[in-house]
Design a binder for this molecule. Structure first.
Ligand SMILES: Cc1cc2nc3c(=O)[nH]c(=O)nc-3n(C[C@H](O)[C@H](O)[C@H](O)COP(=O)(O)O)c2cc1C
Length: 213
């Protein structure tokens, strides 16, 4: 069979800057926003893309990519469908993990925390800032349910006839989650695999420790 693939020769060279104890702010969100600003400045495509892992009711973890739209009051905000598989998992278990990897900067961030819905007013506000086509797709998509392409296109055409122009109302089943952080780890690639890793953990205050790479 030709379906095996050997990827052991695929390597990486880490030539980047260091992350040292002296660079660590007391509040990890300050480093998070600093790293995000650098990623955006560096024009990394999809710099705000992150892998969100949830725990399904059957105990299996499940991961998918989402876009982080805001970091506000120490919380990370993303938007989705409130009936989706991820939303069902969150309603059963709000503990989530978010992973961000910027290969251009040799940086990885891991956030463990709890997700909660933002207010309908905040979701509405963001929904209204989205392009017409995105509003249509968010409205017609019963995300994570089984569907045919024909049905998706029919629903799109119908909704476009009903609302020929923006704005559409924000559906009750669509909105944001804010993730409050419990643990956050910053990983900076260094030469010879001696990478820098720092993990912040919130007890009654933030504590930070260097971890072996
Ligand atoms: C680059 C990228 C960005 C995405 N952004 C979002 C997002 O912000 N919100 C969302 O619900 N799905 C987003 N998706 C789709 C999700 O990965 C996923 O397929 C969808 O949310 C359904 O996930 P679920 O069935 O686990 O709930 C994105 C996918 C990619 C590849």
């Amino acid at each position: 069979m030709g379906s095996d693939l050997d990827l052991k020769h695929v390597g990486a060279q880490y030539e980047r800057v260091a992350l040292e104890e002296k660079d660590l702010p007391y509040q990890p969100v300050d480093l998070l926003t600093d790293w995000f600003s650098k990623a955006v400045e560096s024009k990394i495509p999809y710099a705000n893309a992150a892998t969100l892992s949830t725990i399904n009711q059957d105990g299996y973890p499940s991961s998918r990519v989402i876009l982080i739209k805001e970091i506000k009051e120490g919380q990370v905000i993303f938007f989705t469908n409130y009936n989706s598989e991820k939303a069902q998992a969150i309603s059963h278990n709000p503990k989530v993990s978010i992973n961000i990897y910027w290969k251009e900067l040799d940086r990885q961030i891991r956030i463990n925390g709890s997700a909660a819905k933002i207010t309908p007013r905040e979701s509405e506000e963001y929904f209204q800032s989205r392009p017409y086509e995105s509003q249509i797709s968010a409205t017609i998509s019963d995300q994570s349910s089984v569907v045919t392409r024909d049905e998706l296109e029919r629903l799109t055409d119908e909704l476009k006839l009903k609302y020929p122009n923006a704005p559409l109302p924000c559906p009750s089943y669509w909105g944001g989650y804010e993730v409050s952080m419990h643990q956050i780890e910053f990983w900076q690639g260094r030469p010879n695999r001696l990478h820098d890793r720092f993990r912040y953990e919130l007890t009654d205050k933030w504590e930070v420790k260097r971890l072996a790479p």
